[in-house]
Unconditional design. Sequence first.
Length: 143
Amino acid sequence: MTTSTPAPTESSLDLMTRLNAYLEDVASALGIGMNSCTADLTGPVTACLKLEWRLSGFPERDVDLLWHEEHGWSAAVAKHAGDDHHVVVGYLGGRMVAPQPRRVARFVETLRTGDHQDCWPGPPTLRTAGGPSALAKELSAWA
């Protein structure tokens, strides 16, 4: 896993530990390794898990599972083959920015099968960015 972080503080190290643990659980639920994961803690906190399959509507484009500290999970395809810029095809939504990993895996599976029942069309605002301590508290189940 690759992580971009600001200068380490106690709260940013706590956040990094909890976020890494959460992402490990999500990656495990998806059956992928952490080598496909990147995180950026410079704010807003984000993460990306590269998936190893393509959506039928976008057979030439890579699919990534993106996480954002305010919007939670989304699935996106590269704008162009091999591109790092994304077009979101669906948001998980819900009430929590860090839902159970099995819920994230179910969201990914519905996308993979073409059943978009768990997808929200736009980004939900699940929380407002409030610094590393506040986000670490949201991720308190993973540590």
